[in-house]
Design a protein around this ligand. Structure first.
Ligand SMILES: *[C@@H]1O[C@H](CO)[C@@H](O)[C@H](O)[C@H]1NC(C)=O
Ligand SMILES: *[C@@H]1O[C@H](CO)[C@@H](O)[C@H](O)[C@H]1NC(C)=O
Ligand SMILES: *[C@@H]1O[C@H](CO)[C@@H](O)[C@H](O)[C@H]1NC(C)=O
Ligand SMILES: *[C@@H]1O[C@H](CO)[C@@H](O)[C@H](O)[C@H]1NC(C)=O
Ligand SMILES: *[C@@H]1O[C@H](CO)[C@@H](O)[C@H](O)[C@H]1NC(C)=O
Ligand SMILES: *[C@@H]1O[C@H](CO)[C@@H](O)[C@H](O)[C@H]1NC(C)=O
Ligand SMILES: *[C@@H]1O[C@H](CO)[C@@H](O)[C@H](O)[C@H]1NC(C)=O
Ligand SMILES: *[C@@H]1O[C@H](CO)[C@@H](O)[C@H](O)[C@H]1NC(C)=O
Ligand SMILES: *[C@@H]1O[C@H](CO)[C@@H](O)[C@H](O)[C@H]1NC(C)=O
Ligand SMILES: *[C@@H]1O[C@H](CO)[C@@H](O)[C@H](O)[C@H]1NC(C)=O
Ligand SMILES: *[C@@H]1O[C@H](CO)[C@@H](O)[C@H](O)[C@H]1NC(C)=O
Ligand SMILES: [Zn+2]
Length: 315
């Protein structure tokens, strides 16, 4: 999750691809002087904390919580909700217009959806999701960042609240073809060539796609929930995480565009690849209770059938 990456203005101390936080901490993914192995030193508050993200989600260890009801999504079907797409030097970020929000989902109040951005590896063959599920890392991950509506989009206030932000994580799986699918992702990725240098942005006013279009194929009733942090410095422990169980399926050609179109600075700088944080200490994870059908009865019923068929084979 990337909240405040802005291009450093003091070029004399500019580290390639490094970016200033609101509190001036320069960090990056690719350079040893500012990469992840340095984050606990350059931002010990809070990157060295004990409630850090991302995590590996162990599906079998997720506890049932009936409060994890459906979300209500406001403005997610609006084809004018996306404002601009920006190359921050660490990710590609899409800012959202006011009026996009989420509620329900076991959250304590409504949260405004501020932006989404992505994490990736190096093409479809080197996966770069942040969360992993049962040890599996996916090609990419999309994060929608939301801030408690009562803070009026003031993220300085939100990061001081242990649940001030709510992040929605969508794992992206590869469609093994080069068909430019889904159409919404084809349209979105068409803009990557307009922002190949850090600091460049392009308006999405004419894109004509909605958030719902991008989240195609995901049943948003089924998700994992845990309390964690921002995944970039200063790693504030202020995030209610939601990671959806269904994946968004995107064709290989479009996934490859992320790692081949964007530079961490100007065109002489490296391509933006492997923009994800590694797995942090496990946290308690919850999810929806299993549907209240008699699955245990059916299990024993099928076990009974198995035993019966084994016996039958012996006679
Ligand atoms: C980053 O790009 C800017 C603009 O092209 C350039 O002035 C600066 O020197 C670059 N920084 C590094 C560290 O390469
Ligand atoms: C960061 O740089 C160090 C020193 O080169 C390297 O050993 C390490 O693998 C890098 N870490 C990441 C996450 O890239
Ligand atoms: C990080 O925290 C651990 C203990 O939780 C401590 O031993 C270590 O020195 C800390 N590292 C930094 C860079 O603050
Ligand atoms: C869609 O978003 C645009 C831009 O924020 C806004 O002007 C418009 O009122 C929204 N439409 C609906 C139906 O909410
Ligand atoms: C279940 O989820 C609700 C809503 O997020 C939360 O307030 C509550 O503490 C959770 N219950 C348990 C036992 O974790
Ligand atoms: C990314 O993959 C390309 C080939 O697909 C390779 O040339 C490049 O060295 C890789 N970059 C990194 C940082 O691994
Ligand atoms: C956010 O709130 C803080 C503390 O009240 C205030 O100092 C700051 O100016 C606010 N920021 C914005 C952008 O309104
Ligand atoms: C992907 O498609 C190619 C060509 O159609 C095929 O050779 C390859 O086995 C497929 N890979 C997977 C993982 O399905
Ligand atoms: C994006 O770049 C293409 C050429 O690469 C250009 O035709 C198009 O107008 C640009 N789009 C925007 C919205 O600037
Ligand atoms: C989404 O999942 C829920 C719970 O598994 C199920 O009841 C519902 O029918 C699903 N919705 C769709 C559109 O498949
Ligand atoms: C369990 O088995 C019964 C009888 O075969 C069937 O009617 C029911 O739908 C099954 N339930 C589930 C959850 O599979
Ligand atoms: Zn993120």
């Amino acid at each position: 999750m990337i909240l405040f990456a802005v291009v450093a203005v003091v070029l004399s101390i500019f580290v390639p691809g490094a970016h200033c936080e609101s509190n001036s901490i320069a960090w990056c993914y690719h350079d040893p002087t500012c990469n992840e192995s340095r984050w606990t030193s350059i931002a010990p508050l809070y990157c060295n904390g004990s409630r850090q993200s991302p995590i590996n989600i162990v599906s079998a260890s997720a506890t049932a919580n009936a409060s994890l009801i459906d979300f209500t999504f406001q403005g997610y079907s609006n084809t004018s909700a996306m404002n601009a797409m920006l190359n921050t030097g660490d990710t590609v970020k899409v800012t959202l217009n006011h009026g996009v929000r989420i509620s329900g989902g076991g959250l304590s109040e409504a949260y405004d959806s501020l932006q989404f951005h992505l994490h990736w590896g190096n093409g479809s063959s080197v996966p770069g999701s942040e969360h992993t599920v049962d040890g599996k890392r996916y090609p990419m991950e999309l994060h929608i960042v939301n801030s408690k509506s009562s803070y009026n989009q003031n993220t300085t206030l939100a990061v001081k609240d242990s649940e001030g932000l709510s992040a929605l994580g969508f794992l992206i799986e590869e469609l093994n073809d080069t068909s430019g699918q889904p159409a919404s992702w084809k349209i979105l990725t068409n803009y990557l060539s307009n922002i190949s240098h850090a600091g460049q942005s392009v308006s999405l006013a004419a894109a004509g796609i909605s958030l719902d279009d991008l989240l195609v194929g995901v049943n948003r009733s089924n998700y994992y929930r845990y309390l964690g942090s921002l995944t970039t410095p200063t790693c504030n422990e202020a995030v209610v995480w939601t990671v959806f169980k269904d994946t968004i399926k995107v064709s290989k050609d479009l996934i490859n565009l992320f790692s081949s179109s964007l530079h961490v600075n100007d065109s002489t700088s490296p391509l933006m690849v492997n923009v994800f944080r590694s797995i942090q200490s496990a946290q308690p994870v919850s999810t929806q209770p299993k549907a209240s059908t008699s699955s245990s009865t059916n299990t024993s019923f099928s076990l009974g059938l198995m035993v019966l068929s084994l016996i039958l084979r012996w006679i």
